[in-house]
Design a protein around this ligand. Structure first.
Ligand SMILES: Cc1ncc(C[n+]2csc(CCOP(=O)(O)OP(=O)(O)O)c2C)c(N)n1
Ligand SMILES: [Mg+2]
Length: 597
């Protein structure tokens, strides 16, 4: 299965870069802000509040102010489903069409998940718009998952007439305390009140999405406020506050890690933008790098130091120091339990450090600059280390043999890896192939393995992958899904056709909620209930939308079909793979305690 080749060593280059970055810091700290991630923009600039030039207000609607502000922040697409409360918003989107494309979906879950997929694949903020009440609740899974994944997704959610909010009059789509429900799902939400402040409120929401721990935000707007006209100015992107790096803590971390005999690194989604730094630290410390779902791709899987859960579990029991980067560490701390290991935590959210146990060193902020500081400090404090490469290669080989129990899943995943280019994006699902992929699928680059993190919402995959493919037309995207998960949002095939999104989807069809059925079989005396499925003919289903569709029966056939599918860039392809019962991955995921706490 996975073949390893020597990783190219960027170590010295990255250490030099880190030193340079440190020197530059003094100059940069004058500004103490980092600019908002902007996209290419050759458009004539609108009139912005915040420019040095004095700007006067112009007449605009609330909706125009919001659309203009999205454009000013580099957002060029909005995933949306219309309805009367948002008609004035859609009219503004019509006016903005040239700069802001509206991709309409067939269900609000599709809209929110597409925005999520686009955010995950690009690392940039993305937006969706839905009506209140049922529209909002339909989109809630996307919002919830964006929160769990720290993804910068902005929801524009309609409201009943402003004066009637909270009165329980029974307006169309009214829901009790919509704002209160939203508040429990995101860290930042506001009700827009008119054109004068709408642009600034939008810019504040977009800033909040990148401040501290990134995540989603919501703007609510009443049916009678979107179209309200008045004097307004567009707000330029607001500077992002940057957490000051605690130099003393960096020195303590360097001392601790430098002195460790068997250090280990654990990466979560918060490490995705620090791949070069993690790679350099791994080489310097001869430290294995564990990633399960969100951290995969930070260290190239071809590097023998790149490990997933099973080998990570073994290494954790030997580690005397752990550098945890942008991860909750839930599985190691809760399931593997090792309370005396010295932990250095790097996290954008200060609250995260202490949830489970107090780390030896806590560093708060963006992983990249913090790891650069650590790289600059480490060489002076690092112990002389023997290479662990041969040891890691040997241990990887041992685990490859054990994981061969998952041979049927591995064979299909190998076919996918063989056809998916290095920069191609793989979107995981809550299915047998997904569980196996988290353990064995080789990932070569950051942001190319999208896995839903702790929410693990069945059915997220297809619509999320559509969003990823829509936002990254330049690379192939593949969605792997079970027959159960696919039918959650399969109607978005119509969206893929309408907007010519060339996503390739592989449905592994076992005629069951297979994971549930296996658990009922193994742990509940084969008392099978609510786990068998009656499916459509997936090929006919795909073709009925106008998609390319075929059925294959083996990994070899899958590989050939994928070759054809990735060459078809004018619309979606659906490939069905009938499968039987697949071997359980769970012994490799929940591996039990390594030492008593
Ligand atoms: C929103 C949601 N509902 C229910 C579940 C529980 N669940 C986990 S896996 C699974 C079955 C998945 O079936 P399928 O997509 O066909 O994949 P398979 O296990 O058959 O490979 C279910 C119901 C979940 N994870 N998320
Ligand atoms: Mg199934």
């Amino acid at each position: 299965m996975i073949k390893f080749v020597s990783p190219s060593s960027h170590l010295m280059k990255v250490v030099r870069m880190a030193n340079r970055a440190r020197k530059k810091k003094a100059a940069a700290s004058a500004a103490k802000v980092r600019s908002f991630p902007r996209k290419r923009d050759s458009r004539p600039s609108p009139r912005f509040r915040g420019d040095e030039r004095k700007v006067s207000a112009t007449e605009m609607t609330t909706a125009d102010a919001v659309a203009g502000t999205l454009i000013a922040h580099g957002i060029d697409t909005i995933y949306a489903l219309p309805g009367v409360q948002n008609d004035q918003l859609f009219d503004a989107l019509f006016r903005a069409t040239e700069k802001l494309r509206t991709v309409h979906t067939r269900h609000e879950q599709g809209a929110a998940l597409m925005a999520l997929g686009a955010a995950l694949a690009t690392g940039r903020p993305q937006a969706f718009a839905v009506v209140p009440g049922p529209g909002f609740l339909n989109a809630a899974t996307g919002l919830l998952t964006a929160y769990a994944m720290n993804a910068p997704v902005l929801g524009l959610i309609g409201q009943i007439p402003q004066a009637d909010i909270g009165r329980g009059l029974g307006h169309l789509h009214e829901i009790r305390d919509q704002a209160g429900i939203i508040e429990r799902m995101v860290d930042h939400t506001t009700l827009l009140r008119g054109p004068e402040r709408a642009s600034r409120q939008t810019a504040l929401a977009l800033r909040a999405m990148h401040t501290g721990r990134p995540g989603p935000a919501v703007l609510e707007c009443a049916i009678d406020v979107w179209g309200k006209s008045g004097p307004g100015t567009l707000q330029a992107p607001l500077p992002l506050p940057r957490a000051k790096i605690d130099a003393a803590a960096v020195r303590r971390a360097a001392k601790l890690l430098g002195a460790a005999k068997r250090p280990m690194i654990v990466c979560g989604g918060g490490a995705q933008n620090a791949s070069a730094e993690v790679t350099a630290l791994s080489a310097l410390l001869q430290a294995p790098v564990l990633a399960y779902r969100r951290g995969r791709g930070v260290l190239d899987s071809r590097n023998p130091f790149s490990v997933t859960l099973p080998l990570g579990h073994e290494l954790w029991s030997e580690a005397d120091a752990v550098l945890a980067v942008g991860t909750r560490l839930l599985i190691p701390l809760r399931e593997w339990a090792e309370r005396d290991v010295a932990i250095v935590r790097v996290d954008a959210n200060a609250e995260e450090h202490h949830r489970w146990q107090r780390p030896k060193v806590a560093l708060t902020g963006d992983a990249k600059p913090i790891l650069q500081s650590l790289l600059a400090e480490l060489p002076a404090r690092d112990a002389k280390r023997a290479s662990r490469r041969a040891e890691m290669e040997e241990r990887q080989a041992k685990w490859r043999k054990r994981l061969a129990k998952l041979a049927p899943q591995i064979a299909f995943l190998e076919a996918i890896r063989a056809e998916l280019p290095e920069e191609g994006i793989f979107v995981d699902e809550v299915t047998q192939l997904g569980f196996a992929a988290r353990l064995v699928f080789p990932v070569y680059k950051p942001l190319t393995f999208l896995s839903p993190g702790y929410q693990d919402p069945l059915g997220w995959g297809f619509a999320t992958a559509l969003g990823a493919q829509d936002a990254r037309r330049d690379v192939p995207v593949i969605s792997i899904t079970g027959d159960g998960g696919f039918l959650y949002t399969a109607t978005e095939l119509a969206t893929a056709m309408r907007h010519r999104i060339p996503l390739v989807t592989v449905v592994f069809n076992d005629g069951a909620f297979g994971n549930v059925r296996r658990i009922q079989k193994e742990r509940y005396g084969n008392r099978l209930i609510a786990s068998d499925l009656t499916n459509p003919d997936f090929v006919a289903f795909g073709k009925s939308f106008g998609a390319e569709a075929e059925r294959v029966h083996s990994p070899e056939e899958l590989r050939r079909a994928l070759h054809r599918a990735f060459a078809h860039r004018d619309g979606p392809t659906l490939i069905e793979v009938p499968v039987g019962e697949l071997p359980s991955p769970w012994e490799f995921i929940h591996m039990g305690r390594v030492r008593s706490a």
